[in-house]
Design a protein around this ligand. Structure first.
Ligand SMILES: [Zn+2]
Length: 535
């Protein structure tokens, strides 16, 4: 474990004075170990080389080289399973020297960890060195042939870092009460010991190393870097140096506001990008496994939304959530529907967890725009409902793109339907169709509100739509609360004919669900900045 761990878990309690004491007792303890080792060496029959040979142990100054995942070959060694020492090996001078070097390495100022395992210094043997925060003087002790033989109580989350995973930390669930078993290098007998609290966490982290497991494998999903797409935009955004200087002469009120307000985030939940998925065992799964191929589709939508909805006015953030697949909701039987509803509930729970993680670790007190398309829009509604008052107060608006708000949704105190172009804290919901026939039960059936994202009217006032050389008109159908698009229908009918899968899922060829994300981007982009930055 790394210094960051100590920083987060211990710094409050540990003054620099007590840190000095800890360091001092460490040195003291090393001396004691050496004394014991010296006796053991004399008693040992003959010098026995530790197998595998010492070539993997590399000196780095006067300590051992620490293997990290940044290097491919190091990585492979870190993933190997370790073997026990033989009694001869444990009695050898090599082991004594190795144990001494392990402690020297983990306590070295360049490392400053609270624990280290054999593979981290290049030895695939079951051995760890752990700082015993639960013992007087907090000594480092080396434990060969160690296993954890009992776990008690609940799994509790806590922050972790690792000397082998530089510049990273994550939240991991661990037990706080365990039993360890190891071989005493002095008596060569098995010793069982109960360990509690933070020290128990260190043992679990270090013993994982002996199985080739890194804490990042166990880190809660949202705490992992691969769980988030964080965009690189924000070039002219507020908070950026020279944002005000970049303003052109005669800038609008909203441009001026953008330059002077603190930056806000654009938190985006993607739509159903995964048609069908299988889990790690090759079994059909109704939820995305986030395989590299699935991530290609997901990334494409994230990048599209970053460019076309978020633009440069916000910091773009999007979670890789384990979405339900297209297959999950396109089933036809009652049993299929029940399965889907169960999966939908799990996905909703995960999306709310993503939002909570974002607020706690990524938001940094900024205001934000929430947006989602289709499945992502459905999840966004549930996220708004789950928001606490202070979270809701930071939300400039929620864009529920291609998904309905029902009367039931609107009865929730957190859900306020947008009625104009500028109000904050509101939900903007719309679904497009060529005619009433294009209402898709899945996304737009039962809508209780709708706003025209081109002119921000809720009545039948038409707005001009221009899209890819096509020209049309968009108005709200106030009876069904959908957007009716008057446009040359042929290209859209043709597209639906070419994609019969959607027809099978109940979508009529008059449905413009896909174009909800395409038709209105310019207007939505401007509107988000207006709601976020203009008081
Ligand atoms: Zn580690």
């Amino acid at each position: 474990m790394s210094v960051k761990f100590v920083t987060f878990a211990k710094l409050n309690k540990r003054t620099s004075k007590s840190k000095m004491r800890a360091l001092h007792t460490t040195i003291l303890h090393t001396t004691i170990i050496l004394a014991l080792i010296h006796t053991a060496t004399i008693a040992a029959p003959a010098r026995v080389a530790i197998n595998p040979p010492k070539e993997s142990l590399q000196q780095d100054g006067d300590i051992l080289k620490v293997y990290t995942i940044s290097n491919r070959e190091d990585s492979l060694l870190l993933r190997q399973k370790c073997t026990d020492f033989t009694p001869d090996e444990l009695s050898s001078a090599e082991f004594a020297h190795f144990a001494e070097m392990m402690i020297k390495t983990v306590t070295h100022p360049s490392q400053d960890g609270v624990g280290i395992a054999g593979p981290q210094v290049g030895l695939s043997k079951r051995v760890v060195a752990v700082q015993r925060f639960d013992k007087e003087g907090q000594p480092f002790i080396v434990y060969p042939n160690i296993s954890i033989v009992a776990y008690r109580g609940d799994l509790v989350p806590g922050p972790e870092g690792c000397l082998s995973v530089p510049e990273c930390r994550g939240e991991v669930l661990r037990y706080r009460d365990i039993d360890i078993e190891y071989t005493s290098p002095q008596t060569l007998e098995r010793v069982r010991e109960n360990v509690k609290g933070f020290t128990a966490v260190i043992f679990q982290h270090e013993v994982d190393h002996l199985e080739g497991i890194l804490y990042t494998d166990r880190a809660v999903w949202w705490a992992r870097p691969e769980a988030w797409y964080i965009g690189g935009g924000v070039t002219a955004a507020p908070g950026k140096p020279n944002a005000a200087e970049n303003l052109r002469a005669g800038a609008s009120a909203s441009e001026q506001a953008i330059a002077t307000w603190p930056a806000a985030d654009y938190l985006y939940f993607i739509s159903t990008e995964v048609a069908s998925s299988t889990d790690g065992n090759g079994n059909k799964s109704l939820r995305a496994a986030l395989t590299p191929q699935e991530r290609v589709y997901i990334d494409a939508e994230m990048k599209y939304a970053e460019k076309n909805l978020c633009g440069e006015n916000f910091r773009f953030i999007s979670p890789y959530y384990h979405q339900y697949t297209f297959e999950a909701f396109s089933g036809r039987t009652k049993e299929d529907t029940l399965k889907f509803l169960a999966v939908k509930e799990e996905v909703t729970k995960e999306a709310i967890e993503a939002f909570r993680y974002y607020m706690k670790h990524l938001n940094n007190g900024r205001q934000f725009v929430l947006a989602g398309f289709s499945q992502g829009a459905q999840l966004s509604i549930e996220i708004v409902k789950a928001m606490r008052e202070e979270e809701l107060s930071k939300m400039a608006a929620a864009y529920i793109i291609g998904y309905r708000l029902t009367a039931e949704d609107l009865s929730h105190p957190n859900i306020k339907a947008a009625e104009d172009e500028t109000s904050r804290g509101v939900c903007i919901s719309f679904n497009s169709a060529l005619s009433e026939k294009g209402i898709w039960e899945m996304t737009s059936g039962g809508a209780a509100t709708c706003i025209n994202p081109l002119n921000w009217h809720r009545d039948t006032t038409a707005a001009v739509l221009e899209y890819n050389g096509l020209k049309g008109k968009v108005r709200v159908d106030t009876k069904n609360n959908v957007l009716i698009v008057e446009i040359d229908k042929s290209p859209f009918h043709k597209w639906m004919e070419e994609h019969p899968l959607f027809g099978k899922a109940g979508m009529d060829k008059e449905c413009l669900h896909h174009w909800d994300l395409l038709f209105y981007t310019e207007s939505l982009k401007k509107n988000a900045a207006k709601r976020a930055y203009v008081k």
